[in-house]
Design a protein around this ligand. Structure first.
Ligand code: SF4
Length: 155
C-alpha cells in the first residue's frame, strides 16, 4: 500500500469529529475536500500507511480551495486577525509533529500515529486545540474517537 499524505491535524480533526459510521456510498460533491474519504478509510482499518506532512494532503487533494500552486486559498475570517489557512495550518502541523518527536515526512501506519497520540492523552489537546474550541471539548473528542477506533480501551 502506498502511503497517503496527511496533515497531522487533519487526522486528529477526523478522529475528534466523526463517528466512523458514515454511509459507505456517500458521494462527495465536486470540489468537496477528502474528509469523508478519510473517514471511510479509517473505518476500514488503521493499517494504511501515512506520510505526515506540512502541506497539502489527501484531504486537500479534491478540495476546490487548493490552488494550482498547491497553496490553499481560504482565509480564516473568524481568526483575530483574519489569517490565510496555510499560515494557520503549517505552524499547527509543525507543532504537532514536534510534540510527537516526528520529522515532517515521517511514514508509519495510521494506527502507530494514533497510538503515539493516545500515549499523550490527556494533555495533547493543549497542542492541537483550534481557536473557538475549548481544550475540554478537544480532549473529549480525541479520547472518544480513539476509543471508537479501538486504539484506546476506555475513556
Ligand atoms: S480548505 Fe484548504 S486546507 Fe482545507 S482541505 Fe481545502 S485546500 Fe486543504
Amino acid at each position: 500500500m502506498d502511503p497517503i499524505d496527511l496533515r497531522p491535524h487533519h487526522l486528529i480533526d477526523v478522529v475528534t469529529d466523526f463517528g466512523f459510521d458514515e454511509e459507505p456510498e456517500y458521494e462527495p460533491a465536486p470540489g468537496e475536500n477528502g474528509v469523508r474519504a478519510l473517514v471511510r478509510l479509517l473505518g476500514r482499518g488503521l493499517d494504511h500507511p501515512a506520510r505526515f506532512v506540512v502541506g497539502p494532503d489527501f484531504v486537500c487533494g479534491p478540495c476546490s480551495h487548493l490552488r494550482p500552486d498547491r497553496r490553499c486559498d481560504r482565509i480564516l475570517e473568524h481568526h483575530d486577525p483574519p489569517q490565510a489557512m496555510d499560515d494557520y495550518n503549517d505552524p499547527l502541523d509543525r507543532r504537532i509533529l514536534a510534540a510527537l518527536d516526528l520529522a515532517a515526512g515521517a511514514v508509519m501506519p495510521i494506527r502507530e500515529f494514533l497510538e503515539m497520540l493516545d500515549e499523550r492523552m490527556p494533555g495533547f489537546e493543549s497542542v492541537c486545540t483550534h481557536p473557538g474550541q475549548t481544550q475540554a471539548t478537544r480532549r473529549e473528542g480525541i479520547i472518544n474517537g480513539l476509543c471508537t477506533l479501538g486504539v484506546r480501551r476506555e475513556s
